[in-house]
Design a binder for this molecule. Structure first.
Ligand code: ADP
Length: 398
């Protein structure tokens, strides 16, 4: 019998799922994917086949406040009906925070859940939503093996200096440090690079994960050395709606001089800043690139400038750079942004092949370029599925 592996990625207003079927040795095969979105507003379930065709869609116009758990149960029932001759063997969850300790995916038990609950204050906007489906699934399937895959885990190989803030020990001792995020994406890219270009994978690589959330990571010999996100996923690059790096003095100014509440500041930094804040037009890079509004142009300019600055910083953390990788929505699909970033990086030895970039080739630098440049699509769900299958196999062997 084939194994069904369910991957869950839950946020505050949506629960995304992907169902994989695994035969054993080959990579898990995507069977279907989908999400419940608009939770607490206008819930909407949609499921699609791997090639994108809609398999099922459901709305609840009379029940806008239908609970998370009721929607989750609907989703699980639908998924189970798709298993065919496979048996649901395990569920892998994206858990944003694994704290200082967890550098690997882990089999979930009551002790681990209690530990993960203690990390909620470090990621109050994400962690509770990541943990809720684990509990909901346990209610429906108490025996199902569940695995937590942490977005912070890949960065635990960072040296002490890259993880530290120059704050008093009293505070840093409580866990106020740089954790880094998007780790599942970076780990996936590091594994892909081993297949695509093994020599490159052994070198010093900077990966730019440019999606609606954006960050960059310095990877040396397959291990994370430094990244742009820090204590929270607010740090580093400007994103669709988040500020990125901000002088902490600005927060004090907003509090003390503008009399803003913590909640108002949180909203401003997470939801009203970044590309939308600077442009006043959109948080979508496609719209900004097509807009003739001066503020839209400036938003793109600032985005590229900050990527370029961080690139220098991450190269410095590794003592140089051998390769640059673009991934996620903007990184995979925008030749224009890639071109502009590469132009700024000529001083580092980046020589872009314009034709290859426009064509969307895998390698987009010239053959002579001292630093090779790559476009590698990310797949965080596949990374979770692989981890979950590895844990499942280790349990079977034990
Ligand atoms: P998420 O972080 O939500 O997973 P994605 O990695 O899917 O985001 O990236 C979403 C972003 O990618 C969108 O906001 C959009 O700005 C950008 N994007 C997608 N396609 C293109 C494109 N062809 N050109 C420029 N930007 C694009």
């Amino acid at each position: 019998m084939r194994d069904g592996i369910l991957v869950i990625n839950a946020g505050s207003s949506s629960i995304k799922f992907s169902l994989y079927i695994s035969d054993g040795d080959d990579k898990p095969l995507l069977s279907c994917k989908g999400q419940v979105e608009g939770i607490n507003v206008a819930p909407h379930f949609i499921a699609k086949a791997p090639h994108g065709g809609v398999l099922n869609e459901q709305r609840w116009p009379d029940q806008p406040n239908l609970s998370h758990s009721a929607l989750f149960k609907y989703m699980i029932q639908w998924i189970e009906a798709q298993l065919g001759d496979a048996e649901l063997k395990a569920a892998g969850h994206r858990v944003v925070h694994g704290g200082s300790l967890y550098s690997q995916p882990l089999l979930i038990n009551d002790d681990l859940m209690a530990e993960l609950e203690t990390l909620v204050p470090l990621a109050p906007l994400h962690q509770p939503h990541n943990l809720a489906p684990i509990k909901a699934l346990k209610e429906v399937h108490p025996e199902l093996l569940q695995v937590a895959c942490f977005d912070t885990a890949f960065h635990r190989s960072n040296p002490w200096t890259a993880q530290s803030f120059a704050l008093p020990r009293k505070i840093t001792g409580e866990g106020v440090k740089r954790y880094g995020f998007h780790g599942l994406s970076y780990e996936y890219i590091a594994r892909q690079l081993r297949q695509i270009a093994p020599a490159v994978a052994r070198g010093r690589v900077v990966v730019c994960h440019l999606g609606s959330g954006a960050s960059m990571c310095a990877i040396h010999e397959g291990k994370s050395i430094a990244s742009t996100m820090g204590f929270t996923a607010l740090d580093g690059l400007p994103m669709g709606t988040r500020t990125g790096t901000l002088d902490a003095g600005v927060v004090l100014y907003l509090l003390q001089q503008k009399g803003m509440t913590a909640k108002e500041i949180e909203d401003m930094l997470y939801k009203q800043s970044g590309l939308i804040g600077v442009s006043g037009v959109s948080n979508d890079m496609r719209v900004l690139l097509e807009s003739s509004e001066p503020h839209a142009t400036e938003a793109v300019e600032l985005f590229v400038y900050r990527i370029s600055r961080e690139l220098g910083s991450l190269a410095a953390a590794m003592g140089g750079i051998d390769a640059l990788v673009f991934t996620a929505g903007i990184g995979e699909h925008s030749p224009q942004v890639r071109e502009r970033v590469c132009k700024h990086a000529e001083w580092l030895g980046v020589e872009m092949d314009d034709e290859a970039n426009q064509r969307g080739a895998q390698m987009i630098s010239t053959m002579e370029s001292p630093v090779s440049v790559w476009v590698v699509p990310t797949d965080e769900e596949m990374m979770i599925a692989k981890h979950t299958r590895e844990v499942l196999q280790s349990v079977k062997v034990a």
